[in-house]
Design a protein around this ligand. Structure first.
Ligand SMILES: [Zn+2]
Length: 266
């Protein structure tokens, strides 16, 4: 599932081919991915030019010349790429946006959980998200303050997009390993020093992953790209811990899995 680094990589790849381009039409093969009537999407989007492409949490946010903002969520298996319009379609191409230069932005999504929104009130959707972990203005002090009044387990808390934006299963597991904190620890038992180390680990894993994804093929980006080779705990159940050789454990925590080393993490 694409997380902050994968979405950021897609955003960076889309800027050059899309900024300044005008949408001419939209073809929808799977209507449930589009969060407004298809006819309305086609009508409102036609003639609008892309001014800016940004990321907020795991959302891709396209500012357009009109009042509207086009927003995508890649969910489990979504990916966005630009192709010449006469290139053969892929069986998982679900929504195709025709551009004024004979190219198409294609939303490819095997599982069909991806979403397309067009809204003139983007803050209603994006405003509830927590802070951006890589934002320069987001300090250690701000991170510590997020924990006020929080009593749940640390891993589900890190996955809560209203607590902090953009983290998912992979990078939460990796950051907790680097910090020596078990995913099932109560957030209220973390010391300020634990939280400072966690803040630094989160920023470290996300930054390295963005760097590595930048060198991956587009098709593998959403699976963690080159960074997959470096996972220390995620997806490594029963394999030896890189620090102590004990087997990595996988447990269920809430609705999700969590991977950790029982001897290195407390
Ligand atoms: Zn270990």
């Amino acid at each position: 599932m694409p997380e902050l680094p994968e979405v950021e990589t897609v955003v960076r790849r889309l800027r050059a081919p899309l900024i300044g381009r005008t949408f001419e039409d939209v073809r929808v093969e799977w209507e449930r991915m589009v969060q407004l009537p298809v006819l309305e999407l086609r009508t409102r989007l036609s003639g609008q030019r892309v001014q800016k492409i940004a990321r907020r949490g795991k959302y891709l946010v396209f500012r357009l010349t009109g009042e509207d903002t086009l927003i995508f969520h890649l969910k489990m298996t979504g990916d966005l790429q630009v192709f010449p319009a006469d290139d053969a379609f892929h069986q998982h191409d679900r929504v195709m946006f025709s551009l004024d230069n004979g190219h198409q932005l294609r939303f490819r999504d095997q599982r069909k959980f991806g979403r397309v929104y067009l809204t003139d009130t983007p803050d209603q959707m994006l405003g509830r998200l927590g802070p951006e972990p890589l934002d320069e203005a987001f300090t250690e002090h701000d991170f510590l303050a997020l924990f006020n009044g929080r009593s749940g387990r640390i891993k589900p808390l890190l996955l809560d997009q209203e607590f902090i934006a953009g983290l998912g299963n992979i990078y939460a597991d990796e950051a907790l390993f680097l910090t020596g904190i078990r995913p099932q620890r109560r957030a209220s038992t973390l010391t300020d020093e634990d939280k400072r180390r966690l803040y630094r680990a989160i920023r470290q894993v996300l930054s390295i992953a963005i760097e590595q994804n930048g060198t991956s093929l587009p098709d593998e980006t959403y699976q963690g790209g080159q960074y997959q080779q470096q996972f220390l705990v995620y997806g490594r159940e029963d394999q030896p811990c890189s620090r102590c050789d004990n087997p990595i454990q996988r447990i269920q925590l809430g609705q999700r899995s969590a991977h950790f080393c029982p001897s290195c993490q407390h």
